[in-house]
Design a protein. Structure first.
Length: 270
């Protein structure tokens, strides 16, 4: 896998500032800020209960925050539904992938937005064009499915992720929010998914990779944001933090940053 990029133009597509979210007396998020640039992978890490799910729902337009601002292309917005988020190019791929196992790969890809041919009562699904488009879109991510007529449920976990990711990009996603895309996958399949994420990044997509697994985030992330108990515990560019420090920070310890010389900035304390 190619190392994460660092020479992007820095264009921030999505930003949230000082977000808070309360459910009655429970504070799920408190003063959370996050920037998501184009062509980079922003890894959002946290253990169970850290606030990741709540933040995902806000980014996806499911929840409206109690406080703070949501900006797209620098413009404050109010997203009152997932449809509104999609209309602004914010797509979320959830863990369940929203795929129907018994339907073919190409039917799942165009489910609800079918390509049609003909006129009036003679309109019907354009099967040949649909198959061709799906094959082309998967190929752009480096995915080779032997037969797009196969039921999507017969694909591996990594291949199903690729279908969901390619579908989101095809329908206009500029920001792709991936909710635990490597959860429940073995080492090999997780590696496959990380390659697909890298391919999406190469196409200039801004990616938010949400995970509780720092071992999966570290090889692909360009920036690492750690949530703990609803607050941002740390925010690091790649090269500023080591994997062991990410693990420690998630579990409540402190992080030792890596300086520009490449040496551990905490070495003088040891």
């Amino acid at each position: 896998m190619r190392p994460p990029v660092s020479n992007t133009d820095g264009t921030t597509l999505l930003r949230v500032e000082h977000l808070s979210m309360r459910f009655g007396s429970v504070t799920a998020l408190d003063d959370v800020s996050l920037s998501v640039p184009a062509g980079r992978v922003t890894a959002l890490l946290g253990d169970n209960g850290a606030g990741k799910s709540t933040l995902i729902r806000i980014l996806a337009g499911v929840h409206q925050p109690t406080g703070g601002r949501y900006l797209i292309d620098g413009e404050p917005v109010h997203l009152d539904s997932p449809r509104a988020a999609l209309a602004r190019g914010i797509a979320t791929v959830h863990q369940d992938l929203a795929l129907i196992p018994l339907l073919s790969v190409w039917r799942n890809f165009f489910l609800g937005v079918e390509l049609l041919r003909g006129r009036g009562p003679f309109r019907r699904i354009d099967v040949d064009r649909s198959r061709r488009v799906v094959t082309e879109e998967l190929a752009k991510l480096g995915v080779r499915v032997s037969d797009v007529n196969r039921p999507v449920g017969t694909l591996s976990g990594g291949e199903r992720q690729s279908v969901a990711i390619a579908r989101a990009i095809h329908f206009g996603a500029r920001v792709l929010i991936l909710d635990e895309p490597t959860a429940a996958l073995g080492v090999k399949q997780a590696g496959v998914v990380l390659r697909y994420i890298a391919a999406a990044r190469e196409r200039g997509i801004a990616i938010v990779f949400i995970t509780h697994n720092p071992q999966h985030a570290f090889p692909i992330g360009d920036r690492f944001v750690v949530l703990r108990r609803g607050r941002v515990e740390g925010d690091f560019e790649r090269g500023e933090i080591e994997l062991e420090s990410l693990v420690a920070l998630m579990s409540g310890g402190s992080a030792r940053q890596t300086g520009s010389s490449g040496q551990d900035a905490g070495a003088a304390d040891r």
